[in-house]
Design a protein around this ligand. Structure first.
Ligand code: HEC
Length: 117
């Protein structure tokens, strides 16, 4: 009799654990989805642009593009349009060499920089 109670108790406990795990799983799935949404669209290209810029541009333009050997780019969007920036990246300007990144990358970075005003 004692043994029966013990197994019943254990079963209830396991059932509870299962329900808990199900809810827990659902919860994590939802958060994962919500996280995915924020990385879609614009955020994704901004993130990519920052990634490219941090390796290809910061060597000269400084950390966070605040300026170094090259000028500060944090307000470059108020000086140049996206096309102009893309042009500078692809063809260079003065002491800046062109083609440090691919034209496809240049487009992404230019779009991102053009919004910095
Ligand atoms: C080898 C160093 C170097 C690298 C790498 C470099 N730049 Fe430059 N950049 C410069 C210099 C120097 C200037 C100033 C050129 C001039 O006006 O004579 C400049 C100018 C610019 C300008 C024009 C700024 C203005 O106010 O006229 C933009 C836009 C720019 N760089 C963007 C970028 C981007 C985006 C990247 C990365 C893809 C990058 N640069 C990589 C050195 C560099």
């Amino acid at each position: 009799m004692k043994k029966l109670w013990a197994t019943t108790g254990l079963n209830i406990l396991l059932a509870g654990l299962l329900v808990f795990l199900l809810f827990y799983y659902e919860g994590t799935e939802h958060t994962a989805k919500a996280g995915g949404e924020t990385t879609e669209g614009e955020t994704v290209s901004a993130q990519k642009a920052e990634e490219i810029a941090s390796t290809a541009c910061m060597t000269c333009h400084g950390e966070n593009l605040k300026g170094g050997a090259g000028p500060n780019l944090n307000k470059i969007g108020s000086k140049y349009a996206q096309n102009d920036i893309e042009n500078i990246i692809n063809n260079g300007k003065g002491a800046m060499p062109g083609g440090v990144i691919t034209p496809e990358e240049a487009k992404i970075v230019a779009e991102w920089l053009a919004q910095k005003k």
